[in-house]
Design a protein around this ligand. Structure first.
Ligand code: GTP
Length: 323
């Protein structure tokens, strides 16, 4: 109780009373202390805001210590003003002591931190590091781009391999069947005509037997090229068996398909290769138009039956499937 009384007893002979005798002196002291007090309250707030805003701040606790140290300095100045009129010397003394302790603590820790703070990279070192990092980033982006282009190229190669017949570079069986499924659905949807053509090289076994398998391969490639040349860009051709091919003719009725098949047959028959190592051969063809009752299998079967007829009737000719 006595201690509280001592603390709050402002009736000591206040030395500040001497300032009251001169207004200009009083204003100088009170004005200076007030400004210092305001500044000393604003600085800790700014430091706290900085620490809260930057979670990457190194040694953030030293900023908070500074905030505390400056806060107590401000408190001693406000008591300097109060003590002009009231002598709260105990409170003033306690605050000064606390200011002293926190100042000492800040000073010791600051010296302790100094080597680490000095060893932090300076502006030039940071700039050099940034330039280095940016160069590395560019190199990484460039090699990423190269890698992506390589992946795209490889993916395209793989896709091509998955859908292409290696020897003739036409669509393979799986792909041409997939395309036929799509075209049947499209023709159904749009009510458009769709025909297909089955081609089979004649007596191909004899070609192999007489000229050898490699010559047979060359004849297959050359025949495939010849077929392709007769087709429109919108037609699809695939190799579905050893010497058997399937052509999809979108927007084509049976008459046009038949005429085209005849042209294809003739072109192969007349094929004159400058290369004598490629044996010439002929083909039999069966054409069929997709009916509303057809699905993929029945359409193929009808074209196959027409091809069988062409084979049975002497080969090197075209037969069309009945409606
Ligand atoms: N060179 C080569 N020959 C193949 C290939 N695929 C299948 N053949 C051959 O093609 C021949 C097909 O013979 P067949 O099914 O008897 O038919 P064909 O001799 O053409 O007789 P028809 O079709 O009745 O006119 C076989 O000798 C197969 O070995 C290939 O990729 N390359």
């Amino acid at each position: 109780m006595a201690f509280i009384n001592e603390l709050l007893n402002g009736d000591f002979m206040p030395h500040g009373h001497c300032l009251l005798w001169r207004t200009d002196l009083l204003l100088l002291h009170v004005g200076g202390d007030t400004l210092t007090f305001i500044a000393y309250m604003l600085i800790p707030l700014a430091l706290i805001k900085l620490v809260r805003a930057r979670d990457d701040l190194r040694f953030d606790w030293i900023f908070l210590l500074f905030a505390g140290f400056i806060f107590f300095c401000g408190a001693t100045h406000i008591l300097g003003i109060i003590n002009v009129w009231h002598g709260y010397y105990y409170i003033h003394g306690i605050i000064k002591s606390m200011t002293g302790i926190i100042s000492m603590l800040t000073a010791i820790l600051l010296w302790y931190l100094l080597p680490q703070a000095i060893s932090l990279p300076g502006k030039h070192a940071m700039e050099a590091k940034i330039v280095e990092l940016m160069r590395a980033e560019h190199e990484l982006a460039a090699s990423n781009q190269r890698l992506e282009a390589e992946v795209q190229k490889r993916t395209a190669q793989l896709e091509k391999m998955a859908t292409t017949d290696e020897l003739t570079e036409l669509f393979n069986r799986r792909e041409i069947m997939r395309l036929l499924g799509l075209e049947i659905a499209r023709a159904e949807r749009q009510g458009s005509a769709l025909s297909i053509m089955m081609l089979d090289l004649d007596h191909f076994k004899a070609v192999n037997d007489n000229f050898g398998h490699q010559a047979g391969d060359r004849a297959l490639k050359s025949a495939a090229e010849n077929f392709k040349q007769q087709l429109r860009i919108t037609d699809f051709i695939g190799r579905i068996g050893g010497e058997e091919f399937l052509v999809i003719l979108p927007d084509t009725d049976i008459n046009s398909a038949y005429a085209l098949a005849e042209r294809v047959r003739l072109a192969l028959e007349q094929q004159t290769t400058e290369n004598p190592s490629i044996p010439s051969c002929t083909a039999s063809l069966g054409v069929a138009q997709c009916l509303s009752t057809d699905d993929l299998h029945s359409l193929i079967q009808r074209a196959d039956e027409a091809l069988y007829q062409a084979k049975s009737n002497g080969r090197n000719c075209v037969y069309q499937a009945p409606d």
